[in-house]
Write a protein that binds this ligand. Structure first.
Ligand code: AMP
Length: 394
């Protein structure tokens, strides 16, 4: 059979990220982003191999941007596009795997939108525009939450009145599932272990960060919850705080719920702690230059991350390895070293030279001889979405 191309789309409220994936090649053929949609500054830029290009598309909405995108995509794949895979953030309890998009699936995604009011409506905007623009192409929705459907009830329930779960779906869902699934499968491959008989701790550390326990290819626990705010420290998100913080800020400072919500999602995390930046590169540089806020942010980030990984180890029958992925996990020997230093009870120890070596897209093992595996594995959510899409096209 002829090798196939899949266009992977990740829509935000004013942006569309895209990648063209060829099933037989691990590198991305074409990738890019439409930004500032709905404004005069709307712009499309893309990269094809070493070439970069861009196009101003003033006032373009999602549909207009997609119509500009189509000839670029068709040009890159010789007019042989086989399908489209959409990243959808929240699949609720409904979706335990990727689904081919039809009117019923679309309605079910809409019914889930209240669980992710910032993300799902934007994802839907992209799906609807794409359905209009490419009516003859099969389209698939791949959910960030789906991988975590295998969490046992004792891991996904909050200690809240049952009715909140039963009638309103208040439970832990988890996110970054596509990434944790991809890197744990790669870890098994790299370690010559069957994924069906393997146990991993995974740390996805990008702008958003989460940890996951993966046993026999299934998620058994994860740090994010009802929303992507729960868990470890992130770029601008606080991660776990005392749930009474909301009422304390309301009563002590007179803050309303919007203000608290904004602060926890946009002004907290590395940015809030350091008072400087949400970007780990900037913080590492500032730490080396003696910036106290940057140093504190790094220390809190690593300690809380280690605590979360230690907590995830409760879900494992044994430890086959710890995986670092995401922009920080793939590129920061400092964060990996500081985190692993807190995990001596798991017998983890790094080989310092190997830890320094695996950056910028390299994958490999960085543990000291005689200690459990620690792996650096670049994530590739687009490829995983394309593979899921291809599977449903069979
Ligand atoms: P992502 O969301 O996966 O693109 O990751 C973004 C995060 O990765 C940001 O905090 C970046 O500062 C961080 N990052 C990227 N490259 C490096 C690097 N060389 N060292 C430290 N952090 C990095």
């Amino acid at each position: 059979m002829q090798a196939r191309h899949i266009l992977v789309i990740n829509c935000g409220s004013s942006s569309i990220k895209f990648a063209l994936i060829h099933e037989a090649h691990s590198q991305t053929f074409l990738s890019g982003e439409a930004q500032n949609l709905g404004t005069y500054d709307a712009e499309l830029h893309w990269r094809r191999g070493p070439e970069h290009d861009s196009l101003m598309i003033p006032n373009a909405d999602h549909r207009a941007a997609l119509s500009q995108l189509l000839p670029i995509v068709q040009g890159a794949c010789g007019g042989k596009l086989h399908g489209i895979g959409h990243r959808v953030v929240h699949g609720g309890e409904r979706f335990s795997a990727a689904r081919r998009i039809d009117p019923q699936v679309l309605a079910e995604i809409k019914a889930t939108a209240h669980l992710a009011p910032l993300h799902n409506p934007a994802n839907l905007l992209g799906i609807e525009a794409t359905l209009k623009q490419f009516p003859n192409l099969p389209q698939v929705a791949v959910f960030d939450t789906a991988f975590h459907h295998s969490l046992p009830e004792y891991a996904f329930r909050y200690a809240l009145p049952e009715q909140l779960y039963r009638d309103h779906g208040i439970r832990r869902y988890g996110f970054h599932g596509t990434s944790h699934r991809y890197v744990s499968a790669r870890a098994a491959e790299m370690s010559n272990l069957p994924i069906e008989d393997s146990s991993w701790l995974s740390a996805h550390l990008g702008n958003g960060c989460s940890t996951c326990a993966v046993v026999n290819g299934q998620s058994r626990d994860t740090s994010m919850g009802l929303t992507p705010l729960e868990g470890v420290v992130m770029g601008t998100r606080s991660g776990d705080v005392d749930p009474n913080l909301h009422s304390h800020l309301a009563m002590a400072l007179g803050w309303d719920i919007e203000k608290i919500d904004y602060m926890l999602n946009h002004d907290a995390g590395l940015l809030g702690l350091s008072g400087l930046s949400n970007d780990m590169r900037t913080l590492e540089q500032a730490h080396h230059d003696g910036h106290e806020g940057a140093t504190l942010a790094i220390e809190v980030f690593c300690y809380r991350l280690a605590k979360s990984l230690a907590a995830m180890s409760c879900a494992l029958p044994r430890l086959d390895g710890l995986i670092f992925t995401g922009g920080i996990g793939e590129n920061s020997p400092l964060i990996r070293a500081k985190t692993v230093a807190h995990l001596r009870l798991l017998n983890l120890q790094l080989d310092d030279e190997a830890n320094e070596r695996y950056i910028r897209g390299l994958s490999g093992t960085i543990h000291a001889y005689g200690h459990p595996r620690v792996l650096v594995i670049p994530t590739n959510e687009e490829r995983q979405i394309a593979l899921d899409t291809l599977q449903l096209l069979h």
